[in-house]
Design a binder for this molecule. Structure first.
Ligand SMILES: [Zn+2]
Ligand SMILES: [Zn+2]
Length: 428
């Protein structure tokens, strides 16, 4: 019987330690909440596009430095990384926030509304934090303040990653996360956590999903080459317009006949078809572009293979040729199933068990996936919708009417802080 006393005592001491840390976090989070809201409003009023987050990055770097962290600036162009060394040895836990805004003209009437304008892709446009990255940056600055106040009690270190250009800069430029990984930001990290505010989830709630959570995004390009002819004599050429129409229809069978619909969804959409110039000329070439969304490497490989087979063989059967060109942008955001299960109680104690929702997979994409490909990571969704509002009538991300209820931010501060101390506690 005696043998069991010591382990039991250790467990209860450590449980006691964790609950002490959590109540300290609650206290610190309440204290920092007004600042988080103030920082967010300031960022909202001064949005900066990807790789141009100079003002934002300076505010972040000054804040981390004032908290006594080692700070590296200009990581992956405009990124900032701060390391907080805990008072006790232990793992390195990374937390990530993205800082970039979008070329969207704000329509919401707020005292801190953005009036910033720019030229983007040759067009005059407003700049707006229409995806809520302003809140991510402010929340993570809040977490930094909470963790710094408790640093002597931390059993490990925290790496604060403020990432630029999550939305990408152009179709060819590397995403901010990918470049940060290339610059070695993940090498000394044991686990990584991040969140995205979500305008369709009520403030005070957290959404999560183990395994593939957000889709991989790839750009699809198909060029169909035929032989030009008079529109009145199609038999004298090879018509790439009819061939393209067959290819678009053929692509629909990938989701209905090749993908196991009981596992994960997938999307193949053709968004633009260009070819021809006149009613009586059958053109030589038709160009199609589209988007591919898949969940997990295996499904992605299957969908890519089927697209190529369908396009090239349909073209061949018509005597035409299809060149398929797939550009990979972001891989699927995959939450490590074991780590997600391990950390679920932390989310539940931060939000209350009934406020943690298991979500459906999302066909949107996130470059947080690049961090997760290096080390186990969990990415969750934080409610940003006014409680009681109808999610279907709430303006979605990337639109001029996008709006956030700030009352949910404190939960973001608490949840990330709980994840850090609980993860560290589990590695003792
Ligand atoms: Zn976005
Ligand atoms: Zn976003």
């Amino acid at each position: 019987m005696k043998k069991f006393i010591l382990p039991l005592l250790c467990i209860s001491f450590s449980a006691l330690g964790q609950s002490k840390l959590r109540s300290e976090i609650d206290k610190q989070a309440r204290a920092v909440e007004p600042k988080v809201i103030e920082w967010r409003r300031d960022f909202h009023q001064h949005p900066e596009l990807g790789n141009q987050e100079v003002r934002t990055a300076k505010i972040v770097a000054d804040h981390l430095r004032a908290l006594g962290m080692e700070v590296t600036e200009q990581v992956a162009v405009t990124g900032v990384v701060g390391v907080l060394k805990g008072g006790k040895p232990g793992p390195m836990v990374a937390l990530r926030a993205d800082m970039d805004a979008l070329p969207v003209t704000e329509r919401v009437d707020l005292p801190f509304k953005s009036t910033v304008t720019t030229t983007f892709a040759g067009q005059q446009t407003g700049v707006m934090h229409a995806c809520g990255h302003d809140s991510h940056t402010a929340i993570l600055m809040g977490v930094a303040e909470v963790m710094a106040a408790m640093k002597d009690q931390l059993q490990g270190s925290v790496k604060f990653i403020f990432q630029p250009a999550e939305e990408g800069v152009s179709d060819v430029d590397m995403a901010g996360a990918e470049l940060m990984v290339k610059e070695g930001v993940m090498t000394d990290v044991d686990a990584v956590f991040g969140l995205h505010i979500w305008a369709q989830i009520e403030a005070g709630k957290i959404g999560y999903r183990p395994g593939p959570t957000m889709a991989a995004v790839d750009i699809l390009g198909i060029d169909v080459h035929g032989t030009q002819s008079h529109g009145a004599a199609p038999w004298s050429g090879v018509d790439p317009v009819v061939t393209s129409a067959q290819i678009v229809t053929g692509l629909q069978t990938i989701l209905s006949r090749s993908v196991n619909v009981t596992e994960n969804p997938a999307v193949v959409s053709v968004g633009a078809i260009h070819g021809g110039i006149r009613h009586n000329i059958i053109p030589e070439k038709v160009e199609m572009i589209g988007t591919i969304r898949t969940f997990g490497d295996e499904q992605q490989a299957l969908v890519h293979r089927r697209i190529t087979q369908i396009a090239t063989h349909i073209a061949e059967s018509a005597g035409a040729r299809a060149d398929v060109n797939i550009t990979r942008l972001y891989p699927s955001t995959v939450n490590d199933p074991q780590l997600t299960a391990q950390m679920l109680p932390s989310l539940e104690s931060a939000a209350g068990k009934e406020n943690v929702i298991l979500m459906d997979p999302m066909t949107g994409s996130e470059d947080f996936s690049f961090f997760q490909r290096e080390k186990p990571g969990v990415f969750v969704f934080l409610g940003g919708m006014k409680p009681g509002a109808d999610p279907l009538k709430t303006p979605s991300h990337h639109t001029p009417d996008f709006y956030l209820d700030e009352s949910g931010f404190i939960l973001g501060v608490k949840a990330l802080s709980y994840l850090v101390v609980d993860y560290m506690g589990s590695k003792k």
